[in-house]
Design a protein around this ligand. Structure first.
Ligand code: PLP
Length: 413
């Protein structure tokens, strides 16, 4: 894997145990200090294939072919790309993993890891309150291959342990924090269950980012992000990433070459550019979301606020112990029906009404209308989604402006 270069050497001289902080890693990790043409930035190697000067070079390459980070050269664009490699090294360092793989989207990452690893007839366990498409993939696509999925309530570790079928269960998957209720999983506990029953564990850490949470440090096997969100940070690309131990990632790297979920070099460049500002952006998101959550919790037209940074959140204690910040998403229930909530959302002037999160612009949505539109009010209630529920993903605008905007919109209902 490409080293942090001079920075790592310098830090190494100070003390072997001192590691650069997340912001320093976001800027420097994975980036070679010297690049072609003395370019400061990682060049975009926009090529589908790579050439060999003579057949003997190809024969030599075939003899000791190593794919991926740190390899001397590449054979074909689906197997590797230097621009992509550079971002993978950065992401591996940020999440305290040994290797990272970038995919064409977050969903591509999650479907690829499961398709790559699961044998026929396997069983997997997922916690509820998770990204809807992930659940859909497990319950419909994987089912066709005889792979069964058990869904257990988030935060119920007894139910989780009871759902494990020895020798059959291969994966425990959870998001943390979850969408839309920002539930936070006890990562150490999940990792311990994984070790006890020899089940791999995967945490979708999209809402946290490596600045706020590092699941691998708690013993989790794989961490996954939709890089579309905070990592890229500008709502301008789709990408996904998986980070883990090198020996586990090797099989995934081979599988990506077959499944074909390689990210485009241009997107990899934009992702690296986004990651460089991850530290400052996430700290701002944390601070602003906390301010919004506190404002909303004190407002008479708001029934309930879900934010792990509030002591009223069911997982506040575990979030406090496990995370460096609580993230940029605040969910809340407006005191009123669907129509009232629509009026409130439409009265907001700063956030855009849009799916997604993690960019510099604030985005707002009603889960009942965005993700669960095809369900009836009753079906949604059964799934725990109230009509008055709003998910607000803060951008990096001034917190005071966002609060004033919320205040005027709430005054209209
Ligand atoms: C958006 C999202 C995904 C899917 O990622 P894409 O990049 O849109 O494919 C998966 N998990 C979570 C938590 C997400 O927010």
């Amino acid at each position: 894997m490409a080293a942090v270069g001079k920075l790592e050497e310098q830090v190494g001289e100070v003390a072997a145990s001192v590691e650069p902080g997340g912001s320093t890693q976001a800027v420097h990790a994975g980036t070679r200090r010297s690049k072609p043409f003395h370019s400061l930035n990682t060049p975009i190697i926009q090529t589908a294939t790579y050439t060999f000067a003579k057949t003997q070079d190809l024969i030599d390459f075939m003899h000791d072919k190593t794919w991926g980070s740190g390899s001397e050269r590449e054979e074909y664009g689906r197997y590797g790309n230097p621009t992509v490699d550079s971002v993978e090294s950065k992401l591996a360092a940020l999440d305290h993993g040994e290797d990272a793989l970038i995919y064409a989207s977050g969903m591509n990452a999650i479907t690829s890891v499961l398709l790559s690893v699961l044998p026929a007839g396997a069983h997997i366990i997922m916690t509820d309150d998770c990204y809807r498409r992930t659940r859909q993939f497990c319950q419909t696509f994987l089912k066709r291959f005889g792979i069964e999925t058990s869904i257990v309530p988030m935060g119920d570790y007894e139910a989780l342990e009871n759902a494990i079928i020895p020798k059959k269960t291969r994966f425990i998957i959870s998001e943390s924090p979850t969408n839309p209720y920002l539930r936070v999983a006890d990562l150490e506990r999940i990792a311990a269950l994984g070790r006890k029953y020899r089940v791999r564990t995967l945490i979708d850490s999209t809402f946290a980012t490596p600045i706020n949470q590092r699941p691998l440090d708690w013993g989790i096997d794989f961490v996954l992000h939709s890089a579309t969100k905070y990592l890229s940070g500008h709502n301008d690309l789709l990408a996904g990433v998986i980070v883990g131990k090198a020996d586990r990632m090797a099989a995934l790297r081979d599988a990506r070459g077959i499944l074909g979920g390689m990210v485009d070099p241009q997107n990899a460049f934009l992702l690296e550019r986004g990651i460089k500002t991850l530290g400052v952006r996430v700290r701002q998101h944390n601070q602003t979301a906390q301010a919004l959550a506190e404002f909303l919790e004190g407002h008479p037209r708001i029934d309930r606020v879900w934010y792990p940074g509030l002591p009223s959140h069911p997982d506040h204690a575990i979030a406090k112990a496990q995370m460096q910040g609580y993230g940029g998403v605040v969910s809340f229930e407006v005191d009123g029906d669907m129509e009232t909530t629509i009026k409130f959302v439409d009265s907001l002037q700063i956030p855009y009404i849009a799916a997604s999160l993690g960019g510099v612009e604030s985005l707002v949505e009603q889960p009942a209308i965005m993700s669960y539109f095809d369900k009836t009010s009753e079906e949604r209630l059964e799934m725990g989604i109230k009509d008055g529920l709003v998910r607000y993903a803060v951008g990096i605008e001034d917190a005071d402006d966002l609060i004033k905007d919320l205040d005027q919109a709430l005054a209209k209902i």
